[in-house]
Design a protein around this ligand. Structure first.
Ligand code: ZN
Length: 447
């Protein structure tokens, strides 16, 4: 009897931890409408837990027992712990993810006035599922670069938060074929409407007003440029009869950023661990702050400047590249290989591809399987149908850049690249437990 009470209490404690974890995940998603904001959200969490910010332009002093992070372009972040400084012997337990998501970005001369409406000209960033952006209550967020009255060029993040824009659908009466196949012309048909032309509208004035609202003491001379995008204001939510799903924008890949961040924060720091969250994955990762750029290599070189020891450190490391995986959708079951059809809430997915679109190999997969088994957490496997093209991730790119043994994993999701994606509410916490255990793991691959 006593035993069963104890068991019930233990289960309840598990559910509570799980629920708290999902609550903070939802608020992370909410406070991160752009890669700049996601990086800032992670930065705030790291500072709150005692991590020291390093600046790339300055000299670094790294101490044993330290916790550090560095950002690049305000949109990519590397955080790491240094319980030991002998990286060539210990290697790094690395977790990787990306901060960007497909979206609509404002063009430089974004103001479009036509047929009695003020609209915004937008560029499509990444593989957006365009029709999902119709009929949504949209807001604007991103980075504005300005000149201050003292002549300095500085940047500030803005987030309008209110639903100030919308892209209305076309009535079915004017497009009778809409349900047989729906195409959206990105130049003409996805421009959001802000207001009627009877209102005065000047984009720079609107941005200036927003800056003044958010930064009351900022002495603005003029706005010089901006990187702004639209986002859905509907908050992230738990849905389903038993709240078994998380519905939100940007689950790809802020879900993995959050899980990786929490794993690093809650690791007890027995082994050098590192979280790398890069930008521009959705457009190929080739940039100064993308996985196909030098950010990670620059940081690792500074931590192990000796070339021989640098290679030793990298080869003794392992990277878990975390990015969402396609769950088998019951309405579209023929899109999957039946033997590799991940299900929501059944654990993280190991992604395998013979053509190296995923970096997983049998050794890295085995290490991951072993850790997951120790946490009693299920492992699923995804291989794309042999008659379909395979997506990719930062895994093969990072591995190709620095040579680190890598595994590609991810949480099963529906509707990847929709404005509102869906994942399992039980999966994220499980992956967090596995990744936390990974950061403490002594042995990786024996040679
Ligand atoms: Zn992704």
């Amino acid at each position: 009897m006593l035993k069963s009470h104890f068991f019930k209490a233990l289960c309840l404690w598990g559910i509570m931890k799980h629920t708290n974890f999902n609550d903070s995940l939802l608020s992370f998603l909410q406070s991160s409408p752009t890669p700049f904001h996601a990086t800032n959200s992670m930065r705030n969490a790291l500072i709150a837990e005692g991590f020291v910010e390093l600046i790339e332009e300055n000299n670094w002093v790294i101490e044993e027992g330290g916790k550090y992070f560095v950002t690049r372009n305000e949109s990519a972040l590397i955080a790491f712990t240094t319980p030991e400084l002998n990286f060539s012997q210990t290697g790094w337990r690395m977790i990787g993810a990306h901060t960007d998501s497909p979206c609509l970005k404002l063009k430089p001369n974004a103001q479009v006035d036509r047929f009695g409406y003020h609209q915004l000209g937008v560029e499509v960033y990444g593989g957006v599922l365009l029709h999902t952006w119709l009929d949504r209550d949209l807001s604007i967020a991103g980075r504005i670069t300005l000149k201050t009255k003292a002549g300095d060029i500085v940047s500030r993040l803005v987030d309008f938060k209110d639903p100030i824009a919308v892209v209305p659908n076309l009535a079915i009466h004017l497009n009778r074929q809409a349900n047989e196949g729906f195409s959206v012309n990105p130049q003409e048909e996805i421009l959001p409407i802000l207001c009627g032309a009877e209102n005065e509208f000047d984009l720079h004035e609107l941005l200036k007003a927003q800056l003044k609202k958010q930064y009351t003491d900022l002495p603005i001379d003029m706005i010089l440029d901006f990187e702004l995008s639209l986002y859905d204001t509907q908050p992230a939510a738990l849905v389903g009869l038993h709240k078994e799903y998380i519905c939100s924008a940007r689950l790809d890949n802020l879900l993995s950023c959050f899980v990786g961040l929490r794993a690093l924060l809650d690791s007890d720091g027995q082994r050098p661990s590192l979280l790398v969250c890069t930008d521009h994955e959705e457009i190929g990762s080739l940039s100064a702050c993308g996985a196909n750029g030098p950010f990670l290599e620059d940081v690792l070189h500074r931590l192990t400047p000796n070339p021989e020891q640098y290679v030793q450190a990298v080869q003794r490391s392992m990277l878990v590249s975390a990015d969402n995986a396609h769950a088998l959708h019951p309405n579209y079951a023929n899109k999957h290989d039946k033997n590799h059809a991940p299900a929501i809430n059944k654990g993280a997915v190991i992604k395998v591809n013979a053509n190296q679109r995923y970096a997983t190999n049998s050794e890295t997969a085995s290490v991951y399987r072993d850790i997951a088994a120790q946490e009693n957490y299920d492992v699923q496997c995804f291989v794309v149908r042999s008659d379909m093209a395979c997506g990719s991730t930062i895994g093969p790119i990072t591995s190709g850049e620095i040579g680190v043994p890598t595994i590609d994993i991810g949480l099963p999701t529906f509707g990847m690249h929709s404005i509102r994606e869906l994942a399992g509410s039980r999966d994220a916490y499980g992956l967090y437990k596995v990744l936390t255990r990974f950061t403490k793991r002594d042995k990786l691959i024996s040679r």
